[in-house]
Design a protein around this ligand. Sequence first.
Ligand code: 5GP
Ligand code: ZN
Length: 114
Amino acid sequence: MEDCIFCKIIKKEIPADIVYEDEEIIAFKDIQPAAPIHILVIPKKHIPSLAYLQNEDEALIGKIYTVINEVAKGQGVKEKGYRVIVNCGEDGGQEVGHLHFHLLAGKKLGEKIV
Ligand code: 5GP
Ligand code: ZN
């Protein structure tokens, strides 16, 4: 947890372009955007990945989706649409070991895998 880059962003030890914050959730711009709008929405609780969710996290995850919608609205893409991606584990392409939801928008997004 001490080495977790997203925990450091939460603690304001490293800078990030924060677009939303409350006591449980923070959202900030991805440092290497894959779309004109690319925001990471994350719980402040250090959950290593989707695979480590516990029953007690259910309400938090529900709230994250509400925050994603609020952020999308704030970014002006609520009507145009957006994509939410969670990479989980090595085969899922997860690189940062702190659960995060990618919010991608601002262009017609490319290839759909599913
Ligand atoms: P993953 O591949 O784990 O699903 O996504 C990790 C994301 O975090 C990547 O899109 C990457 O660009 C982003 N990222 C990694 N380090 C930092 C950082 O220090 N600041 C910000 N804002 N984004 C980061
Ligand atoms: Zn963390």
